[in-house]
Design a protein around this ligand. Structure first.
Ligand code: CP3
Length: 340
């Protein structure tokens, strides 16, 4: 297989681990900022296939990463479910919040694929332009993480609005999650049909839940998505990223048939190696602040991650998205260190 990242998802170890960075297309790149200014709103950029394809390819062109990740956002799914979504500069996403359980009944039975058509078109454009050895990743948000933004209407520190909603109105919350499961299966299947090689399911807010809720709102829905996608795309390669899952991570891996697991920067590396990498390929783990800081901290961080994981199937990445203030020179340094 000439795509080395994809071969890791098949369980192979690569001597030099393939590398990409979560949020690798973004504000730390001047060429991204230039296009972002031209595009108008953030969603306009996500839904302009030519610009979104260009932004997808920028980091691959500049750094030679082993994967391109589709430029879009996890919140295009609520948008395609008819919820109002806005991105305000410096403020993050704003949605029309879901305060009452009745709001769940207003959701459509079906996601509107016409709204998402530009995303599928972007995938087609990128697929044709991508160098042959580069793996093309699609993605969606996990239902729990997407629901936290739908309920609160914005990002919050502890996702209290969604957690309270789930405690007070478990039936309505369960219907919201089911709606997102169905939408995510269809969305991912269409991404595969349009040309991605693999997908990642981002569960950014998994780690805020107590174990019972983690089981109910993270593990069970994500397992259903993986089964649902494979029912239509039997060999679909899927990476799960339950940020903050901590001691629940082994259960996540046991119950969800993902091909690889993204590790955040907080996990104990020995625990992750022994309980997770023994069973499945892993990805990630470098603290995004270490990449931002650079210098000896960066060298030590890279060495520690490699030391822990390079004996087995491993994809080098951060433990969460690259931060906008990250110096480009530090990313170049990282790649030099990895590839020699
Ligand atoms: O390069 C890539 O990784 C591909 C594109 C991508 C974006 N968002 C672009 C984006 C991906 C994979 C995402 C995922 C995403 N979006 C997640 C899960 C991963 C994570 O980082 O936790 C979440 C929770 C979101 C929701 C979201 N989108 C938030 C909370 C914000 C505001 C915070 C921020 O970083 O500004 C966004 C905006 C967003 N999504 C930007 C980008 C490049 C920045 C907006 C801009 O350019 O103006």
């Amino acid at each position: 297989m000439n795509k080395c990242l994809l071969s890791v998802l098949h369980g192979e170890r690569q001597k030099i681990p393939p590398v990409w960075l979560m949020r690798q297309a973004g504000r730390y790149l001047p060429e991204y900022r230039a296009i972002r200014e031209r595009a108008g709103g953030f969603l306009d950029l996500c839904f302009s296939p030519r610009l979104a394809a260009e932004v997808t390819l920028q980091p691959v062109r500049r750094f030679g990463f082993d994967a391109a990740i589709l430029f879009s956002d996890i919140l295009v799914v609520p948008h395609a479910l008819g919820r109002k979504v806005r991105f305000e500069t410096g403020e993050g996403p704003k949605l029309e919040p879901m305060k009452e359980p009745q709001a769940v009944s207003t959701l459509p039975a079906q996601i509107d694929h016409k709204v998402l058509a530009p995303v599928y078109e972007t995938i087609g454009l990128v697929k044709d332009l991508l160098p042959p050895g580069v793996t093309f990743l699609g993605f969606c948000g996990a239902p729990w993480t997407v629901a936290t933004y739908m309920v609160a209407g914005e990002g919050t520190a502890d996702q209290a609005p969604a957690r309270i909603f789930a405690y007070r109105h478990p039936d309505a919350f369960s219907r919201l999650i089911e709606c997102l499961v169905k939408a995510s299966i269809e969305y991912l299947v269409r991404q595969f049909r349009a040309g991605v090689d693999a997908v990642q399911i981002f569960d950014t807010w998994a780690g805020i839940l107590p174990p019972e809720e983690f089981q109910r709102w993270c593990i069970a829905p994500t397992a259903t998505i993986v089964r649902g996608v494979r029912a239509q795309i039997p060999d679909a390669k899927i990476i799960g990223f339950p940020r903050g899952a901590s001691s629940m991570l082994p259960r996540y891996v046991e119950e969800i048939a993902v091909d690889a697991v993204g590790l955040d920067w907080m996990i104990d590396r020995r625990f992750a190696k022994e309980t997770i990498q023994r069973r499945k390929p892993v990805q990630g783990n470098l603290d995004p602040l270490v990449l931002l800081a650079g210098g000896t901290a960066l060298d030590a961080g890279i060495a520690a991650v490699l030391e822990a994981f390079c004996d087995g199937p491993f994809i080098f990445n951060l433990g969460h998205g690259i931060l906008p203030e990250t110096p480009i020179a530090n990313v170049e340094h990282l790649l030099k260190r990895l590839r020699g």
